[in-house]
Write a protein that binds this ligand. Sequence first.
Ligand SMILES: NC(=O)C1=CN([C@@H]2O[C@H](COP(=O)(O)OP(=O)(O)OC[C@H]3O[C@@H](n4cnc5c(N)ncnc54)[C@H](OP(=O)(O)O)[C@@H]3O)[C@@H](O)[C@H]2O)C=CC1
Ligand SMILES: Nc1nc(=O)c2c([nH]1)NC[C@@H]1CN(c3ccc(C(=O)N[C@@H](CCC(=O)O)C(=O)O)cc3)C=[N+]21
Length: 283
Amino acid sequence: MTIRLDGKQTANSMMATLKTEITALKAKGVTPGLAVVLVGDDPASAIYVRNKQRRAEELGINSVRRTLPKSATQAEVLAEVATLNQDPSIDGILVQLPLPSQIDENAVIEAIDPAKDVDGFHPLNVGKLWENMPRIIASTPFGIMALLEHYHIDVAGKHAVVLGRSNIVGRPMAALLLNHDATVTIAHSKTQNLFAITKQADILVVATGQAEFITADAVKPGAVVIDVGMDHNAAGKLVGDVDYASVAPVASAITPVPGGVGPMTIAGLMTQTVALAKRRVHE
Ligand SMILES: NC(=O)C1=CN([C@@H]2O[C@H](COP(=O)(O)OP(=O)(O)OC[C@H]3O[C@@H](n4cnc5c(N)ncnc54)[C@H](OP(=O)(O)O)[C@@H]3O)[C@@H](O)[C@H]2O)C=CC1
Ligand SMILES: Nc1nc(=O)c2c([nH]1)NC[C@@H]1CN(c3ccc(C(=O)N[C@@H](CCC(=O)O)C(=O)O)cc3)C=[N+]21
């Protein structure tokens, strides 16, 4: 029987713990504050922003959104970040990616105070993760590790193949799996014999942004398959990067889309926002 890795349910149980922690923080006069900067109208970002806002409200996290038009200048985005860096009520700052092409993404990420970089994208936090001295970890890989732990799936010694090498997902995922003693292969659009490699994976994490790209013939029987994709198929339906119908019977465990990695990303973000807010108590 294939295990359906239920991110929705796992995220809900993480929320219950967080709620208790937030109540304790509030009793000490600290309300966790999360700022989301959204520039333009990326569809995956729109889903993320909506679901985050809802979760933050449920938990009593102070979630503020700064929306800028698609035409915003780099100076305008940097000014927004600078204001949030200075705001003592804000513990975590997240700039939704991708940014419109006129804006230098790296410059914006580097402008975020690394102590408030709740996404873990600042070079300091990236470096610490690769040193296996993690501070803040990107929410999606963090959420995926939490999901694997929840289902008692141990990655140590296993061959993990990460398909995709973005700063948001692929790279931090590979670092985290390596930190947990997996043997890691990172594959991407230039990889030769791609499916011969994915077929070797005990743990296959797919983050390509290509709808239903991975089918059963690319998967080793018994593999654990993690689908990060938030894509729309030809019919306009939300699907992942994995063809769930064909892959599920082959896998030992698999995440659905929706209800898999997405809710875990949000749970990861909320967990790290609360962790950042806790520092205010000790100051
Ligand atoms: N559920 C969640 O929480 C989240 C979901 N997402 C979703 O995950 C997906 C990936 O996001 P993100 O990492 O930001 O995407 P990017 O577009 O930044 O990166 C995609 C990666 O996949 C590789 N790739 C693309 N096409 C192929 C191919 N045909 N064969 C092999 N490799 C390929 C690219 O290779 P190369 O580097 O060579 O170009 C690149 O490294 C998207 O659907 C996104 O919406 C993203 C973040 C969080
Ligand atoms: N700086 C930054 N950090 C990110 O982590 C980031 C980003 N930018 N840009 C966009 C992508 C995309 N992303 C999603 C997270 C959760 C869902 C999510 O909640 N998914 C639900 C969808 C359910 C529904 O349809 O509402 C699910 O899979 O069940 C979707 C997408 C984070 N990203």
